[in-house]
Design a protein around this ligand. Structure first.
Ligand SMILES: Nc1ncnc2c1ncn2[C@@H]1O[C@H](COP(=O)(O)OP(=O)(O)OP(=O)(O)O)[C@@H](O)[C@H]1O
Length: 617
């Protein structure tokens, strides 16, 4: 039950967070403000459509009147005299025009819905890409996916219905009230007051359903997030034999969803039954009132009853229209708030990603300087990971960071990639440009990053190699793959460079994935290379082969390696030794440090890089 408790409290805090965001009507009207054509067209078609729909009982009344008056009798239409056949023909014309209006309006709202959906998706993706990396520290990918996929889809679908239903409900009610009062003012007023009473009762009960709709969306998002998370670690589940445990856990997590669904449907059924009873009773009340008023004139009673039943259909339609509108609106409202939660969350810093933002960097052709840099993770501000650090990475030289686990080696790479900004001090590119002020894309275009878990996307081998060099030619891709010793392997695959690679490189071995990333780097030809434990997940033999490719790649570029293995660091120009909580404690070449009393020697002798020693022995 522990998971259920945790789930409940997380869902509760999400709901509170979502409540602060703008809702659906704000989204709709701000979109229509930018694209007024849609709004005007839908408004005009709805008002004309409703006017025609509510006029039909009047035409019917005139038809019946002509029939009652006898053969060849006519009544007046504007300035013309119409016989019953003319009235019937006019009704047919109304039906055809109404059908054209409904058709055009459906196309307009369909397009509006899809446009809003696509607009929201783009905005969400833009916001997600702009976020700094710390945003993802406490977000479940599955929850984000539900918001981008399901929520925006639902908003788009509801947009096809909400504006039309809202306008139709209002116009149909006003229009049919006028027509029914015109036909018979006493019965018209009775009908109108009962419909108004029905509507207000409905809103009263709908308010109680509202909170359950929000809860339903948030709960399912949480469940989806959890499922995506677990599918992401399917290898762990398979390797641990925890299928039974996972099954039970899902059942528990679904418990809250199930409870919410039950409560929601109970309230929904209550409201729907209420609406049905209201409509039935209005018809009965009107019919009995009609009988009360006209029982002495049976012919008039029949005409009144027939036209009123047709007119009442239009007048009571707002009850069902508003019901559908209200559910659609409440759903769309919750979804909009959740999507806005993403689009409105501001990154911790401005990365100057886009053209024209920040200073454009043309080359990294001088030193990179860490000036008085000190760093605490914003997620854990109380812990100082890197105390005051001054260092100059000279152009074209190679550097390696070593240190025990948690000493801050990877944090250096994250600062250099501007995943984070230093808490104090600055990183100067070319010895003078603060990394914070640069256009980040212009800088990252010149940086190559190889990490321990290579990032491979679902796509072909060629697309993966070209990812950071989209304009490369086929020959350049092949040349890069050859340099990374990958070409022969790719050529042995049935579809060669067009072979699809599974998500996260599922179909490749660790060494193959690493080679693919190295090929990507050869193609990119970066001026600064960051290798974050690039070979630590590989076995010794593969590691040696990959290290050889990396050495080729590092030649002539400024390179910064984060290393566990001796082979990675023994040839670099300078090793920087970090200690947990102390920052930099030693610097020097491998030969200098190996023989010097200090942290490096301790690490070396304590077994760091032991594989290499073992191989040597
Ligand atoms: N996103 C984060 N938020 C808060 N603290 C973090 C975050 N990432 C890392 N840390 C903490 O910062 C410290 C340094 O982490 P870092 O990953 O730089 O160490 P490392 O030397 O690369 O370790 P390893 O050799 O195990 O990879 C660790 O104590 C770690 O728990």
């Amino acid at each position: 039950m522990i998971y259920e408790e945790k789930t409940k409290s997380k869902i509760q805090s999400s709901i509170l967070e979502e409540k602060k965001q703008h809702g659906y009507l704000w989204l709709l009207f701000s979109y229509l403000k930018k694209h007024p054509g849609f709004g005007i067209l839908i408004f005009i078609l709805s008002i004309l459509g409703s006017a025609m729909a509510v006029s039909i009982p009047l035409l019917m009344q005139q038809t019946l009147n002509c029939l009652r008056l006898g053969n060849g009798a006519t009544t007046t239409f504007v300035i013309w005299q119409f016989a019953w056949q003319d009235w019937v023909a006019l009704q047919l014309v109304f039906y055809v025009v109404l059908a054209i209006f409904i058709f055009t309006r459906n196309i307009a709202v369909g397009k509006l819905g899809k446009d809003i959906e696509i607009f929201l998706r783009n905005e969400t993706l833009k916001a997600l890409i702009k976020q700094d990396i710390s945003y993802y520290s406490n977000q479940k990918i599955g929850e984000i996916l539900t918001k981008i996929g399901a929520d925006t889809w639902l908003i788009g679908e509801q947009t096809r219905q909400i504006p039309t239903m809202m306008l139709m409900a209002v116009f149909n009610f006003i229009g049919s009230a006028i027509v029914l009062i015109f036909i018979d003012w006493k019965l018209g007023l009775i009908s109108m007051s009962f419909v108004l009473f029905g509507l207000s009762m409905m809103f009263f009960f709908l308010k109680r359903v509202r909170m359950w709709i929000g809860r339903l969306r948030t709960t399912i998002t949480y469940v989806n997030g959890d499922i995506t998370d677990r599918i992401g670690v399917i290898r762990l589940i398979k390797a641990s034999g925890t299928e039974e445990y996972e099954k039970k856990r899902f059942q528990e997590i679904h418990g809250d969803f199930y409870d919410t669904v039950k409560k929601f449907f109970k309230r929904l059924s209550f409201v729907l039954t209420g609406a049905f009873l209201t409509i039935m009773s209005i018809q009965l009340i009107v019919l009995s009132s009609a009988y009360g008023f006209y029982s002495n004139d049976l012919q008039h009673l029949v005409i009144i009853a027939t036209t009123f039943i047709a007119g009442l259909g239009t007048m009571t339609s707002p009850i069902f229209l508003l019901l559908r509108f209200a559910f659609g609106y409440m759903m769309a409202n919750e979804c909009t708030r959740r999507v806005h939660q993403i689009t409105n969350s501001k990154p911790r810093f401005d990365a100057h990603y886009y053209k024209g933002e920040g200073k454009e960097l043309l080359q990294i052709d001088k030193d990179i300087v860490f000036h008085e840099v000190s760093f605490n993770y914003p997620e854990k501000p109380e812990v100082n990971v890197l105390p005051n650090f001054n260092f100059t990475f000279e152009k074209g030289k190679s550097y390696a960071f070593v240190g025990e686990t948690g000493s801050g080696k990877s944090s250096i790479a994250k600062l250099l990639l501007r995943f984070y900004d230093p808490t104090e001090g600055k990183i100067l590119i070319n010895g003078e440009d603060n990394l914070k002020d640069l256009n980040l894309k212009s800088y990252l275009d010149k940086v190559g990053y190889v990490e321990q878990e290579p990032q491979i996307m679902f796509g072909t081998a060629k697309e993966n190699i070209m990812y950071t060099s989209p304009n490369a030619s086929e020959e350049e891709v092949i040349a890069a793959a050859k340099k990374a010793n990958l070409h022969n392997l790719i050529m042995s695959w049935p579809n060669k460079y067009e072979t699809m690679l599974g998500e996260r490189g599922f179909m490749l071995s660790g060494g193959q994935k690493q080679r693919l990333v190295i090929a990507r780097m050869f193609l990119k030809n970066p001026q600064l290379l960051i290798l974050d434990e690039a070979t630590s997940a590989l076995d010794n033999i593969v590691e040696k082969e990959i290290q050889a490719e990396l050495d080729k790649l590092m030649k002539g570029r400024t390179s910064i390696s984060i290393a566990h293995r001796l082979s990675t660091i023994k040839n670099v120009d300078q090793i920087i030794v970090l200690a947990r909580g102390l920052g930099v404690v030693q610097m020097g070449t491998f030969n200098e440090l190996k023989n010097q009393e200090g942290h490096f020697k301790n690490l070396y002798e304590a077994g760091l890089m032991k594989e290499e020693k073992a191989v040597k022995e």
